[in-house]
Design a protein around this ligand. Structure first.
Ligand code: 4NP
Length: 149
């Protein structure tokens, strides 16, 4: 799961998917990163931690890190939150195999529309709730794909 800072959207996506794969005992490794690296080492934003906890999800143990080229070797799928991050991650791809791993995450629930998970960082609480709702649906879709292969 990849966004810009790895403190708002991608840690939530990471936490949601981790929780869902754990509950189903699926052998899947979930992680998240940011393309900026500006917040490396930081906890998720307190507003995202609070929103997650209102839905019974604890993401406070996650720590921000920068996305690197090596992530293409470790992960089969890379979900990005918006088009800027799609661009930044795609720039690091070394070949077509890498490139094909990258998906705009909302394509999973609204295919072909190129929709973005809005950046909630400079907005109010509603933005964080909207991000939760979108990423809950998108991660449900990932679980559906993993369990209906
Ligand atoms: P995120 O949100 O990409 O969802 O983690 C942001 C976090 C930090 C900043 C921007 C967006 N920032 O400018 O520091």
């Amino acid at each position: 799961m990849v966004c810009l800072g790895n403190i708002c959207r991608s840690p939530l996506a990471d936490g949601l998917l981790r929780d869902k794969v754990q509950k189903l005992n699926l052998p899947v490794i979930v992680d998240s990163a940011g393309t900026s690296g500006l917040h490396a080492g930081d906890k998720p934003d307190h507003r995202m931690i609070k929103t997650a906890s209102q839905f019974g999800l604890d993401i406070s143990d996650l720590r921000s890190r920068k996305f690197t080229e090596q992530d293409f070797d470790i992960f089969d799928s890379i979900f990005v939150m918006d088009k800027d991050n799609l661009h930044n991650v795609s720039k690091l791809a070394r070949n077509n195999v890498d490139l094909q791993k990258v998906t705009l995450i909302l394509d999973l629930i609204e295919p072909g529309k190129n929709l973005e998970v809005p950046d909630p960082y400079y907005g109010g609480d509603e933005g964080f709730k909207e991000v939760y709702s979108l990423l809950d649906r998108a991660t449900d879709q990932i679980i559906h794909t993993l369990t209906h292969k």
